[in-house]
Design a protein around this ligand. Structure first.
Ligand code: PMP
Length: 363
């Protein structure tokens, strides 16, 4: 008998919410192109504008500030393509791809070094500073508002990759002080392959995907109607998900307490600082992440090694090495990330597969 699945990889992607699936399915009956003026076109357009309102409400902006994209990778590119970009060393690869080689260091908890940022900005003022809301590997929160103040002081924009935030922490675009912010539907129950860039009112960016005039000329191409509908449905639910976030944080704390109790040689990164309540980044010295992942996968427990975005290859995570972890330790780190579907049974499943490995390594 196969063990029930314990899916503990919400930071890589969350299961599609039934409400999102239903909203998507409903669009398959719509023939119209959202840009067409006839009734069928207007019906498709209405779906998009309803979703735009829901996404806007999620991050407390007006619908006109929302540009739908194919995901956060594209949204990050749209915000950063104009460059030059100064980024923190722990940003997602889709941000680092646009950034200057000289990144801003972080401390042992992964928090950006603000004085170092300030010095860099004074010497080499960029067009954009990129600082994420919460790190995808550790969950550690960044001082985005402070960084925005520094960026604005040298006339630069602040871009915030807020992909890991919705449903887990309040995401208030204006309070962050950001000029642009990226979101991705599939991290909180929407479909994969759709996201958004949020723009400060009045900010004009030149399109990355050029052609037609869709998305107020900021992103050409016939809209991903089903994807956007699913994104909107998930956004409506994420607005109310914060109560659940406390339950999820309590689960995560149970996992970490059991680790501290039974596997004292393991370390949880960022444990002492403000971070997402759903994420644990665990270093088990001497046991490569591949080995941990395989053992867990055999028991039907699904977690990631560092970032899942590196296409199945497990190299030392740039996030952990930037935090000062040795290359050896960084290769022994796994990420457990919880979500609304997580239960104590998932933690039990994790522990029964992982504990023998940890104890053998310690012996
Ligand atoms: N930024 C962060 C912090 C992420 O975790 C991810 C997803 N791994 C992305 C950007 C890319 O998002 P998408 O999958 O929508 O392209």
């Amino acid at each position: 008998m196969t063990a029930p699945v314990a899916y503990l990889d919400y930071n890589a992607s969350a299961p599609l919410l039934p409400e999102a699936a239903a909203a998507m399915t409903a669009t398959f009956a719509l023939a119209g192109n959202p840009s067409s003026v006839h009734r069928a076109g207007r019906a498709a357009r209405a779906v998009i504008e309803d979703a735009r309102e829901a996404v806007a409400a999620l991050v407390k902006v007006t619908p006109a500030q929302v540009v739908f994209t194919s995901g956060a990778t594209e949204a990050n590119g749209l915000a950063l393509a104009a460059g030059p970009v100064t980024a923190a060393a722990v940003e997602h690869p889709s941000v680092l791809a646009w950034a200057e080689a000289a990144t801003i260091p972080v401390d042992a908890d992964g928090i950006v070094d603000l004085p170092a940022l300030e010095n860099r900005l004074r010497e080499f003022p960029p067009a954009v500073v990129a600082l994420m809301l919460a790190n995808n590997e550790t969950g550690v929160l960044q001082p985005v508002t402070d960084a925005a103040g520094l960026a604005h002081g040298v006339g630069a924009r602040l871009h915030c990759d807020a992909v890991q935030g919705p449903g887990r922490v309040l995401v208030n675009f204006q309070a962050l002080g950001a000029d642009t912010m990226s979101l991705s539907a599939h991290k909180f129950g929407g479909p994969k392959g759709v996201g958004a860039l949020i723009l400060r009112p009045g900010l004009e960016l030149s399109a990355l995907v050029k052609g037609g005039g869709q998305e107020r000329r900021r992103r050409a191409g016939t809209e991903n109607l089903a994807g956007i509908a699913g994104f909107g449905a998930a956004a409506k639910i994420a607005v109310t998900a914060l109560d659940n976030a406390h339950r999820i944080a309590a689960l995560r704390d149970v996992l970490e307490a059991r680790i501290a109790d039974q596997v004292p040689q393991a370390r949880v990164l960022g444990q002492g600082v403000a971070r997402l309540g759903n994420t644990s980044c665990i270093v088990l010295p001497g046991v490569p992440a591949e080995t941990q992942l395989m053992r867990l996968d055999l028991a039907n427990v699904q977690v990631s090694a560092g970032s899942a975005c590196s296409s199945g290859k497990i190299a030392a995570s740039h996030v952990l090495t930037a935090m000062g972890a040795s290359e050896a330790d960084a290769k022994c780190a796994i990420r457990v990330s919880f979500g609304p579907g997580s239960t104590v049974a998932d933690i039990d499943a994790f522990f029964s597969a992982w504990l023998p490995l940890a104890l053998t390594a310690a012996a």
